[in-house]
Structure formats: C-alpha cells, structure tokens
Design a protein around this ligand. Structure first.
Ligand code: PMP
Length: 453
C-alpha cells in the first residue's frame, strides 16, 4: 500500500497516456507555436518555468480575462491557477486595465516618483499595518532587499528559513536539511556559496529547533511565510507564531513575514487576520493586478536603524534597488489593484467560494475513500496525498507524488479547468463563479472514480 493508497501504479500511467493523447488532439496550435519557439527560446518558452505544465508541451494562451483563459486553439478554461497568484485579482481587471492604459500614455518609467506613490504607500500601510514602504518589481526582490537590510542593521551574517520553504529566487533561501546539515536544495542551479554559510534551517512548527538555531545569535532575520504554501499548505500550529515572535525578539533577530501567497488569507494577509507583528513584511505578485510589482514594509524602528547606518548606500549601488522598481506604470497598477480590486468586498466573495471548493474536494475524497487531505487558507485551497495535512515541510515533501499530480492537472486541463502547475493549488478571484467551482468538483470526483474504481 503506497502513500496514495491502493491505486495501482499501472493505472496512473495508463490514464496519463490516455490524457496525453487527448491533450495532443486538443492543442495543435500550441504544439506548432512550441515547435517554432524551440528554435529561438531556451526550452521553447520565454521563461523556463512555463515548461511545468502537464501536457508535454505548454498551452499558449491567447486571452486571459476575469477567471477565464482561452488558448490559441480556442479551448476555454476556468482558471484556478490565476498566474500562480499574479492574477488573484482576476485576469486583467477592467479598473487596472483602464489605469494602465491611461498611465502608459502619460508616463511609464522615469526614475522619478509619480503622484500615485503616496497613495500606494498609504494603501499598503493601512492594509498591512507597517508604516513605511518601498516598491520593487517582484516579491523576490522584496525579500532580497529585506534580507540585505536585516544583515546591515544587525551586523549578523545568516538568515533562518523553514525547511522546504520558497521565497523566490533568493540565494540564501535555497537551503534544506539533510541528515541534520544545511545543504543546497536539490536542483538548485549554481549555488554561489555553501548554503550553511548563509543560512540556518529548521522545520516549521518546531519551537525547540528554532530556539537552538537562534541562540547562536548570528541570525539577522527569520524569513517566513506565516503558513507555508509552496510545498503544499502547511498551517502554523497553535502558538507557533507567538513563540516565533518571542524568540526572535529575545535573540535580536528581525522577523520578516512574506505575505506573497498568504495574502489569500484576507484583506491584510495572514498578518492582519491573526495579529502578527513582523519587523518587515514582504509581498508581491497580485498587488499590481498582474503588472510586475512587489513591496516591503518596515516598522519605524527598523527604518530608523537602517537610516542610522550612514555608510549604507540606498541611493545608488549599495545592493538595494532597481532601475525600473517603483516605475509609474507599476505604481499606478498597484494603486488601482489595492484600492479598487483587492477590497474587503472581494474577500467576502472569494473566501466563501474557496470554502465551497474545499467542501467539494473533501466530499469527493471521502466518497472515494482516498487517503488525501485538503487545506484552505482564505481564498486558496490545496489538496495533498496524505491522510492528514502536513505539519512541516519534510512531511509535505514526503507526500508528493509526481505522476499522480501530473495526471490530476492534465485531467482537469483536458476538461477545461486549470489548477497551478506547482503542487495542487487552486485560488479564487473576485470573478470566480460557483459554476466554475462546481465544475472543478465534478472533474475531480470523476478523476477519483477512475483512480479508485
Ligand atoms: N515569496 C513567496 C511566498 C512566493 O510564493 C514567491 C513565488 N512563488 C515569491 C516570494 C517570489 O515571487 P516572484 O517569483 O514573483 O518574485
């Protein structure tokens, strides 16, 4: 009996083969574009992550509007991937599209602040509670700059992350525990130095290990998602955040909370919903309604300590910043996405819908008797191949099943439903409908029936 219960592996492979056949038949236009792209693009795609889709070659998207994507072959999808959170606002929200069009005609990038800048600062402060903000082009950059500032003001060399975390392409974070030692995560492309020199790693929800790691007092900051979301969802155990905050304070370590995905929890992310008090908060993806944008917020204390370091160069080549960061187009998109799209009302629609999605999945799992679980974080839902939700990154990683995951993604895709190509994640947008959720439930149940027949 495998971790995915009684499913014969031959059945998974047979179904995969059948679904790949359907995929080929449904996507001749995508295949043609993919073949053409292969002659000029590394991997046949503009960004190698776009290879992650399950059909054997990527689906080329023609149009993405609201919660619907239409591909170059005219296939229509209910989209629960939503650009892996980049489009949690729904695709091309009309208010953002209008703002972007108007702004593009006025100014795109100048290296000068635009009049929208204070509106964005105020919107971020009001939402997340931290008073002082910087804008970046991505969540990765927000995390990179937060780490640099934490090192600079604490004078400490290391950061601490949780095992199997993901925070963007940030060198220091690609560290995992292997037999008690910190090593580069498998597959890490060209790590610059041995990861144990930059990073301490402990399991999520392990207060003793955290205390031990911080007691060396060489950790500038803990960088943490408030609930892990990138190895499946791993919720924090009761009391873990209080302990994390107490221990970081006690050992002079800054706490950086990465809300890039957990902004699904509610209007002000997990931080607002659960009253967390980070020293720095980072965020990205959806806050520009799909236009590249990231941001990090600082407490007054952190900002004061940063500015007191007179030799630290924040205005030129000190290592924090970017030529296009804070450009007028991104800032305009953020203003509209934050004030008109990602509203409290939007969450009043998306969170219950995610509840409906979760219930549908839970019932289908129970009906099939599958040893699977489903977890929800506001408007984000994830199912996993273990009877109970994982308690840390290692447990989550151990329950992964590549073939099964690929099959479920492809099964849904061939029937007009997209979930994220990374693990089994679904996200609701203000434009998502009950009918789309129910369609997913129906397809998911069919897949389970075939698997557990
Ligand atoms: N933080 C978290 C929690 C993320 O999930 C991601 C991306 N998946 C990032 C940061 C980095 O985002 P980006 O790739 O847009 O820089």
């Amino acid at each position: 009996k495998g971790r995915t219960g009684d499913i014969p592996r031959g059945r998974v492979r047979d179904l995969l083969e059948r679904e790949r056949g359907s995929f080929e038949r449904l996507h001749p236009g995508s295949r043609e574009l993919y073949e053409r792209s292969g002659t000029s693009l590394f991997g046949g795609v503009p960004m190698s992550w776009m290879m992650k889709w399950s059909g054997g070659f990527p689906v080329f998207a023609e149009k993405a509007e609201g919660s619907t994507v239409i591909d170059v072959d005219g296939n229509e999808y209910a989209d629960f991937c939503l650009g892996d959170t980049g489009a949690m606002t729904g695709h091309a929200p009309p208010a953002v599209a209008e703002t972007v069009g108007g702004q593009a005609a006025r100014a795109i990038t100048t290296m000068m602040p635009s009049p929208d800048a204070p509106i964005v600062g105020e919107a971020l402060s009001e939402r997340f509670g931290l008073p002082l903000w910087q804008v970046t082009l991505s969540a990765t950059d927000a995390n990179r700059f937060a780490i640099r500032m934490a090192r600079e003001i604490t004078g400490r060399p290391r950061i601490l992350v949780f095992n199997w975390c993901y925070h963007g392409t940030v060198d220091e974070t690609f560290a995992v525990l292997h037999e008690g030692r910190v090593v580069a995560r498998p597959g890490n492309v060209g790590p610059p130095v041995e990861l144990e020199r930059t990073t301490r790693v402990v399991e999520f929800n392990d207060p003793e290990a955290l205390e031990e790691a911080l007691s060396h007092e060489d950790v500038a900051c803990v960088l943490a998602e408030p609930a892990m979301t990138n190895i499946g969802i791993v919720p924090p155990a009761p009391g873990f955040h209080e302990t994390l905050r107490d221990l970081t304070r006690r050992h002079g370590t800054l706490l950086v909370i990465d809300e890039t995905h957990t902004i699904s929890t509610g209007y002000g992310g997990y931080t607002r919903e659960h009253g967390l008090t980070p020293d720095i908060l980072t965020v990205g993806k959806t806050i520009g309604g799909g236009v590249p944008a990231g941001a990090f917020g600082l407490t007054r204390e952190v900002a004061g300590r940063a500015l007191a370091r007179k030799d630290a160069d924040y205005v030129d080549v000190g290592g924090v910043g970017g030529t296009l960061a804070g450009n007028a187009l991104s800032v305009a998109a953020m203003r509209t996405a934050l004030t008109q799209v990602l509203t409290e009302d939007a969450y009043r629609h998306t969170v219950p819908l995610a509840g409906r999605f979760e219930e549908g999945v839970r019932e289908a799992i129970a009906r099939a008797g599958a040893p699977w679980n489903v977890v929800r974080l506001g408007c984000r839902v994830e199912y996993g191949f273990s009877p109970d939700p994982p308690r840390n990154g290692s447990e989550a990683a151990a329950s992964h099943d590549d073939d099964l995951e690929t099959l479920l993604h492809l099964y849904a895709l061939n029937r007009g439903v997209l979930i994220t190509p990374f693990h089994n994640m679904a996200l609701m947008a203000p434009t998502t409908t009950e009918a789309q959720v129910d369609r997913h439930t129906e397809i998911f149940s069919e897949a389970l029936d075939e698997l557990y027949a």
